[in-house]
Design a protein around this ligand. Sequence first.
Ligand code: CIR
Length: 257
Amino acid sequence: MSHAGATALVREVSPSVSRCELTHLARAPIDFEEAKRQHARYIAALEVLGCRIEWLPPLPDHPDAVFVEDTAVVLDELAVVTRPGAESRRGETASVAEALGKYREVRVMKGPGTLDGGDVLRLGRTLYVGITPRTDAAGRAELAALVEDAGYRVCPVAVHGCLHLKSAVTEVAPSILLANPKWISVADFSSFRVVPVALAEPAAGNALRVGEMVIHAAEFPATRSRLAVAGIPVRQVPASELAKAEGGVTCCSLMLA
Ligand code: CIR
């Protein structure tokens, strides 16, 4: 999905972010002030690329609340509010449901299954959904039931070594994916052209497409060069602090095209 002229739902970095959930990374100190500065640069990049920013209410006691992507799956026709896999994150969804209600029909996952929005990659009418500790079979089945009448099908994809499917693979242009082939099997995406991340930058597969551009973390210069060779224009933003919380550039917004 391309998002030029979109509304981006975002939420400020919580002062409790250093108590974030962690799955693959060892806990490293997060500089809150620097995280806020970097987040501001991300918001500015969205604005420069033509997005309208809508702020969700702050949730200072929810360490991961800045990662709004996980709380919903936004489609053209409707939005599904998720039941996040980490219990500590379930309190993030109510305010997202309220905000989305102004733009879309909202359908809410009831459980018992779980699903994080970061595990859902929409490519055409297919929702590729990561098989991860956050997103279980019941969550995938509930999502499939909620979107079936809108003409979407759910396709499960194995993910190894990273938190979410979109930590490993994202769409950077029509039919072109940026991916870490060690974290997903590119055979699952055989009808797409895949730009592989640079070996030394395993987390570089997460890019946010906005119109003809992608927002990509500045910490991944070798992968940025590969994107340039592929003809993909990149706007880089510093994203090192929230990366310590296992968050990337897609995680910090919900795009309403
Ligand atoms: C978590 O573990 O839930 C957060 N620390 C990071 C969430 C990142 N979100 C994303 O990749 N969509």
